[in-house]
Ligand binder design. Structure first.
Ligand SMILES: Nc1ncnc2c1ncn2[C@@H]1O[C@H](COP(=O)(O)OP(=O)(O)OP(=O)(O)O)[C@@H](O)[C@H]1O
Ligand SMILES: [Mg+2]
Length: 356
């Protein structure tokens, strides 16, 4: 059962629209003067019908676009048609009849996806970024482990996006042994050629789609924020979970990726002396994003109090992931080949339970 939320003030509409609820969806109505963020976060509506005449229309439509995975339908005369620029939304005249038609269309979409949905649990779309304030702490290991575990749970389509631009293959293609394959470089060429199809740059492994960093810095240099925005916009249409492996670099691409994420995961080492850097970095994190920190390679040396860390950073810290000693267990590929990524199963599952 899905949720359709109508936000608007027209009494005629608010009285009528609630009657459109069916076995496939529930229709909720939110009046002016409400705490819309709280409601949207709690109920995660699949579709939001937002009246153009609502107070704070711009603020709300921007919030829905940037911070939620709800589909936005703007109702009204679209007098201010320019408002829609930069906001992915469709518009519909604000009459009871038109809204009924829209709700019927949504009902049909639900019925088409019902067979699919019985296979896995529907979940809120997540864009999860793994980042750090020092190198070598386990971002790549954790990003790949997260994808592996989510794939095992069959929760939907997963994309790993590797933003570790370097000369030659980056860590993910090397460790997963997918060298020489397609990567973001193909997407860049496609965008320059006027298209922008992400499918051409994706390699599939264990049922997970992977988009690796380009193999040359020359190519990476032409990757800009607009391309990243376009890439994530397309990927959000195709994937249920997007996992970004962000390098320890404060460049515009890394910061924009964090900005576009629904959840940011800060991977930390036990060295508390790095904490001041977290405070410096926090200003780059969007206010309404889900944030979580995880200590990796944890050893019970007692020099890290998680409560202190939470107090210092203001970011919740989940159960630490232990250091895996030399007899490492590695993730395996579909053909039972061992990858160069160590298996952090229990720890990563705990992290994921904090996100989903
Ligand atoms: N829990 C762990 N126990 C033992 N070794 C680990 C653990 N997590 C990661 N490692 C190892 O630490 C090294 C660095 O991990 P990884 O490459 O994932 O870090 P990173 O943060 O992505 O590094 P970079 O900043 O270079 O991108 C790797 O050799 C990896 O196998
Ligand atoms: Mg890495």
């Amino acid at each position: 059962m899905g949720i359709i939320l109508y936000i608007g003030n027209d009494k005629n509409i608010t009285d009528s629209i609630q009657k459109f609820s069916s076995s496939r969806n529930r229709i909720a109505v939110l009046d002016a003067g409400f705490n819309y963020r709280h409601y949207i976060e709690e109920y995660m509506p699949d579709y939001i019908l937002l009246s153009e005449s609502t107070d704070r229309f711009r603020e709300i439509s921007q919030y829905i676009t940037d911070q939620t995975s709800s589909n936005l339908i703007i109702t009204g005369n679209n007098k201010e048609g320019h408002i829609l620029s930069g906001i992915p939304a469709v518009s519909c005249p604000e009459t009871v009849e038109q809204l009924k038609k829209i709700v019927d269309v949504i009902n049909n979409i639900y019925s088409e996806t019902e067979a699919e949905s019985s296979k896995f649990k529907f979940l809120r779309q997540e864009v999860i970024s793994f980042y750090s304030i020092q190198g070598g702490v386990g971002k790549t290991t954790m990003a790949v482990n997260a994808a592996w575990q989510l794939q095992k749970k069959k929760i939907g389509k997963i994309l790993i996006l590797d933003l570790n631009f370097c000369e030659g293959p980056s860590d993910i293609p090397i460790r997963l042994d997918i060298n020489g394959s397609r990567n973001i470089g193909d997407y860049i060429n496609d965008v320059i050629g006027g298209d922008g199809d992400i499918g051409k740059s994706i390699v599939e492994l264990n049922g997970i789609d992977i988009m690796s960093a380009p193999y040359s810095l020359y190519q990476s240099d032409s990757f800009n924020i607009d391309m990243l925005d376009g890439l994530i916009y397309s990927a959000r249409n195709d994937y249920d979970v997007i996992i970004a492996d962000i390098p320890f670099r404060y460049d515009n691409i890394s910061l924009e990726m964090i900005n576009l994420s629904t959840t940011s995961v800060l991977v930390l080492s036990q060295e508390i002396r790095f904490a001041p850097r977290i405070l410096g970095f926090k200003k780059f994190l969007p206010e309404n994003q889900k944030k979580i920190a995880v200590l990796n390679k944890f050893e019970n040396s007692g020099d890290m109090a998680i409560d202190d860390l939470e107090k210092i950073t203001g970011i919740p810290v989940c159960i630490p992931i232990p250091y895996i000693p030399s007899e490492r267990k590695s993730l395996t590929k579909g053909d039972n080949k061992i990858t160069g990524i160590i298996d952090l199963e229990a720890g990563v599952n705990n992290l994921l339970s904090n996100i989903f």
